[in-house]
Each structure stands twice: as structure tokens, then as C-alpha cells.
Design a protein around this ligand. Structure first.
Ligand SMILES: Cc1ncc(COP(=O)(O)OP(=O)(O)O)c(N)n1
Ligand SMILES: Cc1nc(C(=O)O)sc1CCOP(=O)(O)O
Ligand SMILES: [Mg+2]
Length: 546
């Protein structure tokens, strides 16, 4: 049968989802969003109890923690779902391969299953490595005794390194006992072929046929994963729900860090089902998650073998970048705080990133992107390139107003005003690691900023400014009052430059850590020279006050 060729949509993440109606031979394109999560059911059962979505994984342990139980735990954590574990085997493995397997006895697998299923309100069971037909039988019996909302079967047989994890003896158990109970089965090409008695599954067309034949064995849905398809520029998976075929395509990422993608995909599907998604939504969300995590992790190096793990929680790289810092925020970084302005950069014909680079080379100790009149797309692109420059120099990068941009580029934090997103809300969105600065003109606002979990205060306008319209000037007295009332470090802003920075720094408040400046750096011909000059003034002023 010939199938319509879907086109790959371009974008940040490019997964496309193509419905191929098998009966009328027409195709329909659906864009998969990165974090699809629809059909969420209510988790509140009564006043004080919250039913937490719960996946039980029945799988093997991977000592290298890229796949198996460890991948399942991380995937569920990343998707916001509780995960309990029944361990069927313990493997000694790393990025090179599998060095040993110790199989847990059938009786002890049964014991673990009963412990969890009899007590813990499991929503979805996900299976991975099932090393014997005995384990398949036990699982089948337990699921009859303790029915769950859905069963996701990842028919693990061979590890990514090519090592056999479950022999042919379990094929009958899969075919006769597990697949008929499954809501979805997620084989790769080799597993689909093994389940189908050695049938050739080597092309997209073969994948369609295999999905259909596997569906005939009883699972309600089939996802044949084409990650190993030869000569394919795209990663293509085929989803079949018994009526329609869907081709999921995403551009193939060049990375060695793919160990555990199968386990993770199945766990994400299970997690989304546990949260109440439909099967189609769950598969789409899982595929998007994998794509995001692989892209994020493409350059990380763990182990010396050919297949490394990836970062399910999207945090490892950031921690490495931040390792130059002892603390997540050092108040001394506020000394020379450069705040960008797109109008000024346009006027002087330079890009935002060139302006930031010059300011840092001149001695700026922290940078804020304050881009009031550019498109979101341009803001994000500029933020990404500025972040590279800032990370290279060990200078924190904050984003003015736009929490979404800060999150999207993984900036070090945000600066918020009194009419922006409240800092206590921003803290819940950004988490404890990000830096949050808040603009304050009064002692009351300064106290509130501390209560709300901010890290520093921006106090101004110290002098009149043309950069911010209708800005109230609080003067040096206002600055002093804010500093006195504040438990947080303070940076002064508004009309400050080389000629008047010294009296600001001389107000005798130990928590005044520096000055924030826009026009005195960026509305000048040479940003580097002006920043250098201001830096000398500040160094001299702080030496005097010591
Ligand atoms: C360091 C610093 N302090 C104050 C401000 C002003 O923030 P806000 O009051 O939100 O005004 P806008 O900058 O958004 O116009 C700041 N940006 N940076
Ligand atoms: C962005 C901003 N916030 C202020 C405040 O008072 O909170 S004053 C200001 C503008 C600062 O620009 P310049 O250094 O060119 O005067
Ligand atoms: Mg603001």
C-alpha cells in the first residue's frame, strides 16, 4: 500500500504528526506542541486529599541509569507523575554495553507486584524488561486481580548496545497474554519483527503492515518506532489505533545520547495516560518530550561508550554552566549592571549581542536585556546569543519583564517591576535557582520584595532619566530609605553615569552594591570605552567606602 508522504514542519522542535486515513488515502497534518497535556481530569477527590497520577513500571534496573527503571523514574518525574517500581532484573551496564544480568526470581517479582498493586492506587502499568515467560504470566495474573486504567507494553528484547535482555521464550507470553491486555505496545523495528515471527520490518511501508499485524494480536493501539530505519533523515514512528495510521516525523538529531529513549517514550505515554490524556495525545506529548530532551542533551558527555544517557530533567547542562559560581547569586555581581535598550542599539547600528559583548569586555558584571519594542521571536534569538556570550564570560544574564523568554532560553533570571508579574508568582514559575530582581521606590515595596522571595532590589530613579517615561525620581534620600529598609542587596538606577555614580555609591549603605545603567553605556558611540570608564569610577568609589 502506498502512503502519503508528510512534510516536516519547521520550527523550534519540528515533530509533525500526519494522519494517513487508510480508507480514503488522504493525509491531514497536525502540529505537535512541545508539552501537550489535554484532557486533564480533576485530581481533587475531596477536601484534603489529592489523587496523584501514578504509573507502576515493571522493568529491569540499568546501573548506568540511562534506561530501564531509572529512565522510567526520571521520565515520570519530568512529566509530573508518581512512579512506583517492580524490578524484574538487575543489569550491570554502562555506555559501552551490558556486562551482566541478574534475574529477580518470579516469586519476588510477584511479591513486589502485589505490594504495590494491592495498596497504591496505580493508574497505569508500564512494562519494560520482562526476562522470563514466568514473569509475563505472573504479571498477567496480577493485572487480572488488580485491574488498572491502562497497560503500556514496551516489548524490550535487545538493549541499544545489541545485548539480549529477553530471549525468544517470552514471545509466546507476549503474544498470548500481554498484548491482548495492552492498551498500547511500542516495539522498535527489531522487536516488531521478532513479535511477528521474523517478518521483515525495514521500511515505513513495512512499519504500517507490522502495526496492522500487531494490532491483530490484541493491543488497542500500536506504535512502531522507526528510530533504526536505515537511510532516513527523519525519525519516523507509525501509530495505529485500529482505524487510522499516523506518521510521526521529527528531524533526526545528531547525538550519541540516545540510550533509554524507548523506555522513556513508553513511560511518558504511561504518564500522560495517568494524567487523563487520550492515547493519541499521550503519544504526541511523549514524542515531543523525547525530542526536547534529546536536543537539550545532545552535547553532554557521560561515559566513554558509543551510547550515552540523556538528561530527562533538562538541568545538567545548566548546572555545568553555573559551576563557576559558588552561589546561584552573588550580590557583588550588581556592581556594574548593564541594561540594554533596542532603540539605542538601533540608533548606533549595533546588534544586541554586540552591545552586550562590548559591555562585558568593558567590565559589566551583570546584564539585563530590556527590549521593549522587539518581536518575541527576535527577543528570544537575541537572548540565546547573549546567553552564550554571558556564559562564556561568567556574567549572569537577566531578562526584563518576560518570564517566558527567560524560561525559553534558560537565562539566569528576570527583573520585574511593581506592575509586572508579582515576584512570588514568578518564583513559583522559575523555581528556586533563578535570580529575581524587583524594582522598588519605597521601603514598603522593599520589604515586600524580600517576603516574596526576590534576590535583589532595583531602586530608582535616582536622577531624572529620558530612558523610562514618566519615571518618578526618588533621589539619593529615597535610595537611602530603601536600602535601610531592605534585607536584600540594592542596585541604584536612573540617570546614572560616569559623572554622578560616585555620590550614589557614597550614600553609606552597605547593601547598596552597584549601579544599573542604560544610556550612559548604550547611547554612546563606544560601549566598551564607556563601560571601562564607569567601571573605574565604581571600583574607586567602592575602595573609598571600604
Ligand atoms: C535593575 C533594574 N531596576 C529597575 C528596573 C525597572 O523595572 P520596571 O519598573 O519593571 O520598569 P521597566 O524596566 O520594565 O520599564 C529595571 N529594568 N532594572
Ligand atoms: C529602566 C529604568 N528603571 C528605572 C527605575 O527608576 O526603576 S529608571 C530606568 C531607566 C534607566 O536608564 P538610564 O540609565 O538611561 O537613565
Ligand atoms: Mg518591568
Amino acid at each position: 500500500m502506498a502512503y502519503a508522504q508528510p512534510q516536516v514542519l519547521s520550527g523550534f522542535y519540528s515533530t509533525s504528526f500526519n494522519k494517513v486515513n487508510s480508507r480514503i488515502n488522504q493525509s491531514k497534518q497536525i502540529q505537535v506542541c512541545m508539552e501537550t497535556q489535554r484532557g486533564r481530569r480533576s485530581m481533587m477527590s475531596n477536601h484534603s486529599t489529592i489523587k496523584v497520577p501514578h504509573v507502576l513500571t515493571v522493568a529491569g534496573s540499568d546501573s548506568g541509569a540511562g534506561a530501564g527503571i531509572q529512565a522510567d523514574l526520571k521520565a515520570c518525574a519530568a512529566r509530573g507523575v508518581f512512579c512506583s517500581t517492580v524490578i524484574t532484573a538487575v543489569t550491570a551496564q554502562n555506555t559501552v554495553g551490558v556486562q551482566g544480568v541478574d534475574i529477580v526470581s518470579d516469586d519476588f517479582v510477584a511479591k513486589q507486584l502485589k505490594s504495590v498493586l494491592s495498596d497504591m492506587q496505580v493508574d497505569v502499568v508500564k512494562t519494560g524488561m520482562l526476562p522470563s515467560s514466568g514473569v509475563v504470566k505472573i504479571l498477567h495474573q496480577c493485572l487480572r486481580e488488580f485491574p488498572v486504567q491502562a497497560l503500556v507494553v514496551d516489548p524490550v528484547m535487545v538493549s541499544t548496545s545489541g545485548d539480549v535482555l529477553a530471549g525468544p521464550s517470552i514471545l509466546t507470553g507476549f503474544r498470548e497474554e500481554l498484548l491482548p491486555m495492552a492498551d498500547i505496545v511500542t516495539p522498535n523495528l527489531k522487536e516488531a519483527s521478532a513479535l511477528l515471527g521474523g517478518l521483515k520490518v525495514e521500511t515505513v511501508s513495512d512499519m504500517h503492515s507490522a502495526a496492522k499485524l500487531l494490532h491483530d494480536m490484541g493491543p488497542r493501539n500500536v506504535l512502531v518506532k522507526g528510530g533504526d530505519l536505515p537511510d532516513s533523515l527523519d525519525a519516523v514512528d507509525i501509530f495505529f489505533d485500529g482505524e487510522d495510521f499516523y506518521e510521526l516525523r521529527s528531524s533526526r538529531l545528531k547525538t550519541r545520547n540516545t540510550h533509554g529513549t524507548g523506555c522513556t517514550l513508553a513511560s511518558c505515554i504511561a504518564a500522560e495516560l495517568a494524567k487523563g490524556s487520550s492515547m493519541l495525545e499521550a503519544v504526541k506529548a511523549a514524542k515531543c518530550f523525547i525530542e526536547t530532551a534529546l536536543d537539550y542533551s545532545k552535547d553532554i558527555v557521560i561515559g566513554n561508550g558509543p551510547q550515552g544517557p540523556f538528561d530527562h530533567l533538562l538541568r545538567l547542562k545548566r548546572n555545568i554552566h553555573n559551576s563557576w559560581k559558588q552561589d546561584r547569586f552573588n550580590p557583588n555581581d550588581l556592581l556594574l549592571y548593564a541594561v540594554t535598550d533596542s532603540r539605542m542599539n538601533r540608533k548606533w547600528g549595533r546588534s544586541i549581542s554586540d552591545a552586550v559583548k562590548a559591555a562585558i569586555e568593558g567590565g559589566a558584571t551583570i546584564v539585563q536585556l530590556r527590549e521593549k519594542d522587539i518581536e518575541t521571536w527576535d527577543f528570544l534569538e537575541a537572548a540565546k546569543s547573549c546567553l552564550q556570550i554571558c556564559r562564556y564570560h561568567g556574567v549572569p544574564l537577566l531578562i526584563n519583564d518576560r518570564i517566558d523568554i527567560a524560561l525559553a532560553c534558560d537565562a539566569d533570571g528576570v527583573h520585574l517591576g511593581q506592575s509586572d508579574m508579582p515576584s512570588r508568582v514568578a518564583r513559583t514559575i522559575l523555581g528556586p535557582e533563578k535570580i529575581i530582581g524587583v524594582s522598588c521606590k519605597t521601603p514598603e515595596q522593599a520589604q515586600q520584595a524580600w517576603i516574596d522571595g526576590a534576590d535583589y532590589i532595583g531602586c530608582g530613579g535616582i536622577y531624572p532619566t529620558n530612558t523610562k517615561e514618566n519615571n518618578r525620581t526618588v533621589g539619593l534620600d529615597g535610595l537611602k530609605a530603601v536600602c535601610l529598609a531592605s534585607n536584600l542587596p540594592v542596585v541604584a538606577i536612573g540617570g546614572i553615569g560616569i559623572s554622578n555614580a560616585s555620590p550614589v555609591m557614597a550614600i553609606d549603605a552597605p547593601n547598596l552594591k552597584g549601579v544599573a545603567v542604560v544610556s550612559a553605556l548604550f547611547d554612546r558611540e563606544c560601549v566598551l570605552t564607556e563601560t571601562r570608564k564607569l567601571h573605574s569610577v565604581l571600583v574607586e568609589a567602592t575602595t573609598k567606602t571600604k
